[in-house]
Design a protein around this ligand. Structure first.
Ligand code: NAP
Length: 227
């Protein structure tokens, strides 16, 4: 029986790469996009993986999205939940130059939404299913050297909220995943890693570190990251 992964935020970049990686590994994939009608790259993967890929609409900032998806996925046991979606706006601005609505949107998308979405999706997760949140090394308080202030703060907040989530769900395995610095729209052309290398590593880490309970902050190569 093939396993099933639910990828939240798979329209492009690392989410799209993870979709391809898991399909190639023989998994069933439920991949979400904000607008499936325009998810051309995601839809193209269907032709090579007949019956393995299902695409569902999902905006992580829509409070009704998880309830709708939960109803639509009822009865399908999910073996891994990976909340990938994220944004980086106002990258070069110090925090005092960021418009309040931009800051609020970044914290809502990157920090508040992932654990909120995971909480709402718990009814469709198998009891053993690990929950993976896409964070960043840039959210580490130990490694921070300044710069990208809003984004760093939003990922540090995600890490803390994931700790809260894990404490409320001691029976669950929670991984805070740093994908490396990767060539995507967000990572840019200067990033040293390509998407296939990062997603292969992350899938391996989920395989080897996804069982049991407790929370780990880890990179795509399986190395623990200082909080
Ligand atoms: N690339 C890196 O070097 C790097 C490093 C560390 C961490 N990360 C993290 O990895 C994740 C993916 O990044 P990426 O590099 O693949 O970025 P990307 O190419 O910019 O893709 C971002 C993805 O997030 C989705 N998204 C954004 N806001 C959303 C929302 N409100 N609801 C649902 N989906 C939403 C986007 O959907 P649309 O296509 O609809 O916009 C897109 O699929 C992010 O959490 C990012 O912070 C990336």
């Amino acid at each position: 029986m093939p396993k099933t992964i639910l990828l939240i935020g798979a329209n492009r970049g690392l989410g799209l790469g993870l979709t391809n990686e898991y399909l190639t590994r023989g998994w069933n994939v439920i991949a979400t996009a904000r607008n499936p009608a325009h998810a051309e790259a995601l839809t193209a993967l269907k032709s090579n993986h007949a019956g393995q890929l299902r695409i569902e609409p999902f905006d992580v900032t829509d409070p009704k999205a998880a309830g709708t998806l939960t109803k639509s996925l009822s009865g399908i046991p999910i073996d891994v939940l990976f909340v990938v979606a994220g944004q980086s706006k106002a990258t070069d601005s110090p925090i005092h130059d960021v418009a309040p609505e931009i800051a609020a949107q970044e914290f809502l998308t990157n920090s508040v939404a992932p654990p909120t979405v995971a909480e709402a999706l718990l009814p469709v997760l198998a009891p053993h299913a690990p929950i993976v949140f896409m964070t960043s090394l840039l959210g580490s308080l130990a490694n921070s050297r300044g710069g990208m202030e809003l984004y760093r703060a939003s990922k540090a907040a995600l890490n803390m909220l994931a700790i809260g989530f894990a404490a409320r769900h001691p029976d669950r395995r929670v991984l805070l995943m740093h994908p490396g610095w990767v060539k995507t729209d967000m990572g840019g052309e200067n990033a040293p890693l390509d998407v296939p290398t990062s997603v292969r590593g992350m899938a391996d880490v989920i395989e080897t570190q996804g069982a049991g309970t407790g929370i780990t902050y880890v990179d795509y190569a399986g190395n623990p990251i200082a909080w």
